[in-house]
Design a protein around this ligand. Structure first.
Ligand SMILES: [Zn+2]
Length: 177
């Protein structure tokens, strides 16, 4: 069994683009859903690709956001710009853990305390448009894998991100740990 779609409504406004890796020179568009997003240029860059290792769902603010699998809310909060996010650990192996990361959530919409165990399908927060860097209300959703001992809040670049779609279509998370 794979994971749930993180929202029941809304079309995909930006798909996962895994053809470009962080360590290569190029442009990062920061996961923004539309063309007016300003790319970040790395020194020596020649590659005009953007990086979006996530799926964006265009959904109205206040749409229920679901736990995509049974798991534990390992962290939730907001960046200094107000961008409100949640990290749900959905799988843990001997060496690896898999985190579902949701962002641009509605401010103060968390439904559980940090460290709470939740069930697949539980509403964990509401979608929003937080952070001031979006071009419209949407949910940004990532699947990340990292070493089990890593704190997901502190090691963003050390996490590998996977296209969530095959897992929504039924690929088991056990293939990642
Ligand atoms: Zn995004």
């Amino acid at each position: 069994m794979g994971i749930l779609r993180p929202v029941k409504v809304g079309r995909i406004t930006q798909e996962f683009d895994g053809d470009f890796h962080l360590e290569r020179p190029g442009f990062i568009r920061g996961g923004l859903p539309a063309a007016r997003a300003k790319p970040i240029e790395f020194p020596g860059s020649t590659r005009r690709a953007h990086l979006h290792k996530a799926i964006d769902y265009g959904v109205p603010e206040g749409t229920p956001v679901l736990a995509v699998a049974d798991g534990v809310i390992v962290a939730q909060g907001a960046f200094s710009n107000g961008e409100t996010w949640l990290m749900l650990r959905v799988k843990r192996g001997p060496k690896w853990q898999v985190i579902a990361f949701y962002t641009h959530l509605k401010e103060d919409s968390f439904k559980f305390a940090t460290k709470a165990a939740v069930k697949r399908g539980d509403v964990v927060a509401l979608s929003g448009n937080s952070g001031g860097i979006t071009t419209g209300a949407h949910l940004h959703f990532e699947l990340r894998r990292g070493r089990r001992e890593k704190d997901p809040r502190n090691s963003f670049l050390k996490w590998t991100r996977f296209d969530p779609q095959p897992f929504i279509d039924g690929t088991k998370l056990t293939t990642l740990v």
